[in-house]
Design a protein. Sequence first.
Length: 330
Amino acid sequence: MPLLTQRLARAADTAMDRLVVLGYTRIGHAVRRRLPHWPADPAPDALAGRHVAVTGATSGLGEATARGASDLGAHVHLVVRDTDKGERVAAALPAPGRVTVWHCDGGDLDSVRAFTNALLAQVPRLDGLVHNAGALPATRTESPQGHELTMALHVLGPVAMTEALRPVLSAGAPVIFVTSGGMYAQRLRADDPDYHQQPYSGATAYARSKRAQVELLPLLQRRWVAEGESGPSVHAAHPGWADSPGLTSSLPRFARVTAPILRSPEAGADTVLWLLARPGQPGGQLWHDRRPRPTHLVSRTRVERAEAARLWRWVVEITGLAATKTETDS
């Protein structure tokens, strides 16, 4: 490929990302797929013989991820709050014989503990873990342990779940936080993770919790791969603006206005599936449309590294994790 063509393609890709409306919609995905540097699709059997767990897999992006992983040959573990819905999704997958439905409320640390204990007793190896379960409550809602729901569901639960499942996560297994482009508008609030200090906004709380996921990526990568290649590889991926029941119920006006340009759930889940099928990708990064993206677009969202360390200490305290010496010294 000529160098000039490659540079122009990458410049177009970056411009769409910064312009948001172009990059996050179905337009961005369709255009990028035709650019010369678009990575090759996974082989049809890329996940054959592998076990992949997907939280929040009963609709939208989670269901699309589960279906895509099944298409690629994986045994899919649907980790869901509503097991009746989970069973219906399981029955509709391309290979219903290669699927297991598990009950877990990802925002409830007791439920996470019960689920991980059950899975550890039955599944000897897990080759991918997708933290997709999410919520955007209209009013401030607390988890059973008394924490603001979006932080409990998007940060505390996923961290506790991954930590507990480390014994069965294979070397280099992708652990993927499905985040949101909305986090670009928020800075980390390590001083108020439970959202007590300001009038509550569901959309702001959601974006803050997604910002927290991204800010913790380097810390999680260092913690979970501290033993070299024996640990998982940690990523975040945002789907752009994708059509889903969650979007329609939580942001109905936005969903109506953007309906003609919203991505399909399959397009939104594309990068998550690509990462699952390409376990060698460098960890600790934010991805969108199969390419690492910056974690900040404006200076006002940047904070000192000490703030991420402060949030991590809160996570460690709440989840009961044992802090490593490096984390203690941070």
